[in-house]
Design a protein. Structure first.
Length: 100
């Protein structure tokens, strides 16, 4: 568990640097950071923090798909790995979310 806490701390630091230092990362990189951070929060039992990350991830995914200038199919293919973690935010029934 301490290794997970260290990893979570490093991803949290990466996220803060991303916003504070204006690193110029694209939305896809933001999605990756939020996805990994949310997953680590979940693994260490911090569900509220994980949910916050996944809510931000869902917003970033919407921006990513909108920013494709009409090539939404490509954006969905590149971001589909993240959708598994946000389906429970969109779908009310956990069973339906798991099947999605």
């Amino acid at each position: 568990s301490s290794k997970l806490e260290v990893a979570r701390g490093l991803w949290d630091l990466a996220y803060r640097f991303h916003w504070n230092d204006n690193l110029g990362l694209v939305t896809f990189h933001t999605c990756a950071i939020l996805n990994n951070l949310g997953h680590l929060y979940r693994l260490v039992g911090q569900e509220a923090a994980a949910r916050g990350c996944f809510e931000s991830l869902l917003s970033a995914l919407c921006l990513c798909v909108q920013a494709t200038n009409g090539d939404g199919e490509r954006a969905v293919c590149q971001t589909e790995c993240f959708f598994q973690n946000v389906t429970t935010l969109v779908l009310k029934d956990p069973e339906t979310a798991s099947a999605a």
